[in-house]
Design a binder for this molecule. Structure first.
Ligand code: AMP
Length: 116
């Protein structure tokens, strides 16, 4: 993807394509995954279009902390009192398919280990 082309998640942030948005603030947005892998599957996404975790810089530390606290808030809001799995797929071997950083929240069923 070229640097100038918006990711699909930036298009969701800009309301250019629809999504089931469950949370939003000045730094982040959270919406339901369109292809859920668990009864609850939500993506927490920074509005800043960092392509992947390995591209984050030390100056992004406030945003990165904010994303984790947003995961906690969104999981509580979703009623995941018994726990949940968080996943960040990074790069092709990490299974990343959308190159706009995002944290998966998966819950509503027991999670296995090791992951695939
Ligand atoms: P990853 O494979 O970690 O990059 O995860 C990308 C996720 O984005 C996948 O779980 C997809 O199902 C999800 N996804 C792709 N397009 C959309 C969309 N338009 N709305 C919601 N989720 C999406």
């Amino acid at each position: 993807m070229s640097q100038t082309q918006d990711s699909i998640f930036t298009k969701i942030i800009k309301r250019e394509i629809p999504a089931d948005i469950v949370y939003e603030d000045e730094l982040a947005i959270a919406f339901k995954d369109v292809n859920p892998q668990a009864p609850i599957h939500i993506l927490v996404v920074p509005k800043q279009p960092i392509a992947k975790l390995s591209d984050a810089e030390s100056q992004d530390h406030r945003l990165m902390g904010h994303l984790l606290l947003t995961v906690k808030r969104v999981a509580e809001q979703a009623g995941l009192v018994n726990g949940y799995r968080t996943v960040i797929n990074t790069g092709p071997e990490g299974g990343q398919t959308v190159f706009h950083l995002h944290i998966h929240i998966l819950g509503g069923r027991p999670m296995g280990w090791p992951p695939g």
